[in-house]
Design a protein around this ligand. Sequence first.
Ligand SMILES: Cc1cc2nc3c(=O)[nH]c(=O)nc-3n(C[C@H](O)[C@H](O)[C@H](O)COP(=O)(O)OP(=O)(O)OC[C@H]3O[C@@H](n4cnc5c(N)ncnc54)[C@H](O)[C@@H]3O)c2cc1C
Length: 801
Amino acid sequence: MKSHYRAVVIGGGVVGTSVLYHLAKFGWTDVCLIERSVLTAGSSWHAAGGFHALNADPNIASLQAYTIDLLSEIEQESGQSVGMHMTGGMTLAGTPDRWEWLQSAYRTFQSIGIDDCRLITPQEAGELCPIMSTEGIIGGMWADREGYVDTTGTVHAYAGAAKKRGAEVIENNRVLELHQVDDGWQIVTEKGTIHAEHVVNAAGLWAKQVGRMAGVELPVSPLNHHYLISDTIPELEKLDFEVPMTVDLEGFTYMRQDQKGILLGIYEIDHEHWMMDGAPWEYGFELQQEDPDRIEKELTLGFGRYPALQTTGVKTWVNGAFTFAPDGNPLVGPVRGKPGYWCACGVMAGFLQGGGVGKSLAEWMIHGEPEADVFGMDVARFGDYAQNKRFIKETTGQFYTRRFVMTYPNEQLPAGRPLKKAPAYDGMTAAGCRWGASYGLEIPLYFAPSEDFTETPTLKRSNAFEIVAEECKAVRETVGLLDISAFSRFEVSGAGAEAWLNRIMASKLPKPGRARLAPMLSSEGRLKGDLTVFNWGGGTWWIMGSYYLREWHMRWFQDHMGDGVEVRDVTDAVTGFSLSGPNSRKVLEKLTDGPVADLPFMGCTTLDIGMLRVKVGRLSVAGELGYEIHCSAAEHITLRETLLEAGTDLGIREYGFNALLSLRLEKSFGIWSAEFTQGYTAAQTGMDRWIDWEKDFIGREAALKERDAGGPAQIVVPIEVDAADADASGYEPVWQGGKRVGFVTSGGFGHTTGKSLAMAMVDRAAAAEGTELTVHIVGQERPARVIAASPYDPAGKAMRG
Ligand SMILES: Cc1cc2nc3c(=O)[nH]c(=O)nc-3n(C[C@H](O)[C@H](O)[C@H](O)COP(=O)(O)OP(=O)(O)OC[C@H]3O[C@@H](n4cnc5c(N)ncnc54)[C@H](O)[C@@H]3O)c2cc1C
């Protein structure tokens, strides 16, 4: 062990060894891994070692596909067998809705280039897995590249391949303390103190403690998980092939062959957390006592699905723990305010995801950004609110229990809610508001006409369709009122504010009293924000974005901070409402003698509205004459009441974000996480029209290079779909004459235009207006075509009027 390394990885499980391997592979060889006990001594040794294609987040599914390809590579490089059994795999659907969902998932895989999947009938499923009863199975999805590995062999293969590239592995050496120093971290271990520029928390079951060593409170908890391994099954002995890895979603089980028996793993409905503050230091190769009573229902289903289990004994029970974040995805990346401290934890499927996690983190550490859009596993997708123990317990428990339960796109899950409520929450609830949650905040979805209205979970248009239609109508024809607590607001001040904003934003800055749309780019020219900058005058600026990106944006701002600038996140202190629609100005004029009529489109000013002194910007995501009115949290209730009262005889109606999403589609306005992501460049999304090429800004060189090379190969275009019962939602494949030319970024129904609309990222050759396409929506192929931007009010007269 040396006294100095460029990077130290803490934890010798599948994730830590993968990070080590990728660091060495990408050129950092002055790196070491420190393991408390021996390699695999956490969750990794007792995993079932299975890997399969499905993940709700397509970006994570891509990284899973990368991991699967990597396994044979590390085997070759290290000379250590990973015990690969590429049996192929099946995911089975047992209800009509699930079958529709699986067909959609199959199409999503096509969109992201995973082409080795196909849909199968129950009969085929039975032939592929002869020991399985197909009772109740409606259909399934087959994937060639699914199977299982030997877990210990895999960890040693990662470590062996890393060592061959110059990395060191130090076992039986616990990290005791971490201290942040000027140029990195001091790592106090049982065998001495090391200095490193970078330290990686890959401590798995102990991630919580290794986080706390650095003052980082991670939203992660271990939960217990059972599988059993059966004795030899005579029917299996007779087969000349291995049965495939099989996931029975309605049965809560996964199954793979284990020698001549089977391994049956269970996602437990009655889940059990274990050591929420992290495993004991002395824990290692022990397991928890099995508890078949707790999982009786799932076992009954499993024994029904694989009838041989009814007459075969159980050879081994495993009840071990592994870690979960609130949404079940890993916690990866740098932590704000802790330069050189990196996370690679909360990985609940390390054998499936470890390769992608290692690759992305190593790219991040070495090049400053990962290649893929990894927001779905970025540790910054959670804020301080997610540190709360009860929140972690409820959300991780919910994820675990629902791991195989189908969640509909319009379904709102209850765990960890309500947590953050805008002050007017109660008033809005009394008015019928139905809520969703984002980053811990309750956000209005729509206003139900009666208390007993229940929205039916569905993959298609729901019974809230007409309600949303009415809300859209009010915004287009009279005036709609929307709670905009879910916008983030950063106040930027100080002598260096303007210079800093000029460098960090790719657009021109607004003059005093004006706002401007501002793309923010990474140095690779990819999007880091679709923000709005306000210049309130007197040296005070605001950056406004999405509530759920607060931590992510703040980390970026701090990492790129300038001299003499202060950036304060004022989001929870400042809140507000927006008024949109032809009557919105009239509502404001009733409440102020200020110069509302003089406020130009994209203007901003301070006004007296009723008894409140508020900040007002004239913008509208709905594409109407509109005003965003920002007040202090203490004034939120009064502002709502004031606006509602003034708007009564002008047809005011409260609306929610479901309507806003429809309204903005009719204007072809993109949104973050759909049309805009860190995976796309500004030119791909049309955001380049806001770029000020004359100035210097982060990402300019890369953006110019792309422009000078003739632009991107794919761009976002608006499309119209012939769909009568369901609308696109995202990642549906788009075809031209049977050739896949792109995928949907988002979609919905345009209630004013009466059309099913979507935005899609397509090849330039398929991007011209009028191009005939087809799109798969909920498993069905539907005709579609590229249309001109902004099917509603293309000239923008309403918005600018
Ligand atoms: C029953 C069961 C079945 C599973 N089946 C599958 C499956 O089929 N497929 C799949 O992909 N995943 C499966 N998993 C999940 C998988 O085991 C985990 O995702 C994976 O092991 C996590 O790896 P890790 O490296 O993050 O953590 P761990 O394996 O927990 O490794 C962390 C390491 O860090 C070390 N460490 C901690 N603190 C310190 C310190 N202070 N100093 C030095 N070293 C330290 C520990 O000793 C440990 O070796 C299963 C899990 C269980 C429990």
